[in-house]
Ligand binder design. Structure first.
Ligand code: F6P
Length: 341
């Protein structure tokens, strides 16, 4: 059996560990062969593949990015669609696919599976916003990177008695902000799930300052203050037609400064959070998910994705993965908010 692997959507530390886990388990336990589709669904539509023998995955679990490349290509656009993809897979001798990606990728995989293609999924999102899995690989690494960066902002903020505003990723959900903010002892954590007024933010900043601290605010890119209707975006749209986020920290900083009189600086961490080597936790999780995806192929569990439930790897249907975003629950926010100010 020849299996094609693709990585699609925004990249994420741990993608290569999934690929390695799948290839090693498939070769060792099931005598399978592997190819990789280049640049996500684009490689599937164009039939652009590379061979993935065992030596191609040697040592890659600690490597950031994806050796296959990725894109936000929609497999139903242009020359795509199930018939064309089926014909391409037949020509290449590829029987089935492992699609590693987020909501957009899994939605496309569901449509293709419904049309008869043999696909299993591996969830990927640095934002940790997929509901059907407890954690996604890449999230732990992003939190580590953000925490280290915020710790550094803290010392320069303290030296100058400034308020520092650190912006992290999180389009729809605030998991990175919540975890990195708690880990770094932020005086305010601002997330998409909780609209917050400038008055409240200024109050937390003043409280911290009054106790002799250099105030630290951690904000997710998708945060919406009460005086705004939607997340800040001035960078146009991405290829899925979604607003490109980033820059809310630059909007908040002058507002905080004018309300509190405290000199304030903003830092947008951006794609640094998605780059570089994955954490040990992410390497292990990604490897286990890759191995489990191969088992799903052997069992013919088309239309399902592997996921983490507690410490066990489970299988869930694509529809369960696509139904809901995993938002930060009210209780988790309130728990963190005890520490604000
Ligand atoms: O979905 C993950 C994510 O990192 C979001 O947090 C962010 O808005 C987006 O991807 C950035 O995408 P791109 O890499 O296309 O700029």
């Amino acid at each position: 059996m020849k299996i094609g692997i693709l990585t699609s959507g925004g990249d994420c530390p741990g993608l290569n560990a999934v690929i390695r886990g799948a290839v090693l388990k498939g070769i060792k336990s099931h005598d399978q062969e592997f190819v990789g589709f280049r640049d996500g669904w684009r490689g599937v539509v164009e039939g652009n593949i590379i061979d993935l023998p065992r030596h191609a995955v040697r040592g890659i679990s600690k490597q950031g990015g994806t050796i296959l490349g990725t894109s936000r290509t929609n497999p139903f656009d242009g020359n795509g669609g199930p018939e064309a993809i089926k014909a391409t897979m037949d020509r290449l001798g590829v029987d089935s696919m492992i699609a590693i990606g987020g909501e957009g990728t899994l939605a496309a995989a569901k449509r293709l599976t419904d049309a008869g293609l043999k696909i299993v999924g591996v969830p990927k999102t640095v934002d940790n916003d997929l509901d059907a899995t407890d954690y996604t690989f890449g999230f732990d690494t992003a939190v580590q990177i953000a925490t280290e960066a915020i710790d550094r902002l803290r010392t320069t903020g303290e030296s100058h008695s400034r308020c520092m505003v650190a912006e992290v990723m999180g389009r729809h959900v605030g998991w990175i902000a919540l975890h990195a903010g708690m880990a770094s002892g932020a005086h305010a954590i601002l997330i998409p799930e909780q609209q917050t007024s400038m008055e409240q933010i200024a109050e937390w900043v003043m409280d911290a300052r009054d106790r002799g601290r250099a105030p630290l605010v951690v904000v997710a890119e998708g945060f919406v203050p009460t005086h705004m209707d939607e997340a800040h975006s001035d960078r146009g749209l991405d290829t899925y037609g979604r607003p490109r986020l980033g820059g809310i920290a630059d909007q908040l900083a002058p507002e905080i400064e004018s309300r509190t009189g405290i000199e304030t600086r903003a830092t947008v961490l951006g794609h640094i959070q998605r780059g570089g080597v994955p954490s040990a936790f992410d390497r292990v999780l990604a490897t286990r998910l890759g191995m489990a995806a191969v088992d799903s192929v052997v069992e013919g569990l088309w239309g399902t994705m592997v996921s983490l439930h507690g410490t066990e790897i489970a299988r869930v249907g694509f529809e369960a993965a696509l139904g809901n975003l995993k938002r930060v629950p009210q209780q988790r926010y309130e728990e963190a908010a005890i520490l604000f100010g």
